[in-house]
Design a protein around this ligand. Sequence first.
Ligand code: ATP
Ligand code: SF4
Ligand code: MG
Length: 323
Amino acid sequence: MCENNAILEAQNLTKKFKISKNSTLTACDDISLKFYQGKTLGIVGESGCGKSTFIKMLSLITKPTSGEIMFRGCDITKLKGEEKRNNHSHIQMIFQNPLEALPPRMKIRDIICEPLLNFKKIKNHEKDEIARKYLEMVELPEEFALRYPHHMSGGQRQRIGIARALVLEPELIICDEATSALDVSVQKNIIELLIRLQKQKQISIGFICHDIVLVSQISHQVAVMYLGNIVEILPGKDLHKYAIHPYTKGLLHSVFYLGMDKSTKIDKLTGEVPSPVNLPNGCPFQSRCSDAKQLCREIKPKLREYQEGHMVACHLLPIDKPV
Ligand SMILES: Nc1ncnc2c1ncn2[C@@H]1O[C@H](COP(=O)(O)OP(=O)(O)OP(=O)(O)O)[C@@H](O)[C@H]1O
Ligand code: SF4
Ligand SMILES: [Mg+2]
């Protein structure tokens, strides 16, 4: 993948929440990831592993404890006031529950046009035309312009969320469980729409989801997250066949496929995810890993290149090139 095309780059991003006088919760620990133009980066991991905290840092909703976020080569963590506000137009978010995300008392036309009005990019009399254009883009009839969010289905509302995210012509759209609440056929339509728009506009997409199979199918690259750490990064198309981190393999083996071979060994993940408060030394996955050795309890494995485009953080792997 071409290095020069990285739109957004997280460099060693860490977020620690002080939750009492003596304890700190580490939601994200030293995460470095890149988002490329026209490509999708999927992020998977169990609930509470830090996915939303990570992307809230990228969109400047949450301030990182340390680390940098480079947008087109400029560190945006230092932005303030107008510059910070302007940066929001480059990176847009789509959330899981569009009913909560869309203002209930506003008509769809006004919801779609609000970001443009806020940035003084259009005049009031242009709203009808803009709403029509973006409704067409997300394949909804123009009559929807005068409806309210509660007069629409979940899938239709999510299309409005996409239209609203698109109006500022962002370079990166981050979907945080954006399709998880939808039934499978509606989910498929929304994902097809996103992929079509990505091809047309060369947008970079961050796709955060619990569903590892779905993520692997639609992502050019997948980052697997465990307890605030990225433990494996590899091409989405290789995930099923070539994943090697014990956690990624555990996630994959927890999935049931239609028509799967009944003799397939289900080596599913057991045990609770440990608390992210006052984490122990060593590998974050040690308490659930059947391969854990003494070294795993003492030293935290670094993310290293295993093969081109494939990085892993595990002591058992025959690699000696820290990134
Ligand atoms: N403002 C906060 N104050 C304290 N702890 C927080 C805060 N926000 C998140 N956390 C904690 O940080 C950890 C990561 O939370 P986060 O919401 O990022 O996880 P997630 O991977 O998005 O989970 P899910 O899949 O359930 O959405 C969790 O342990 C959560 O309780
Ligand atoms: S470093 Fe050790 S505990 Fe961690 S995943 Fe690898 S083998 Fe398991
Ligand atoms: Mg979340």
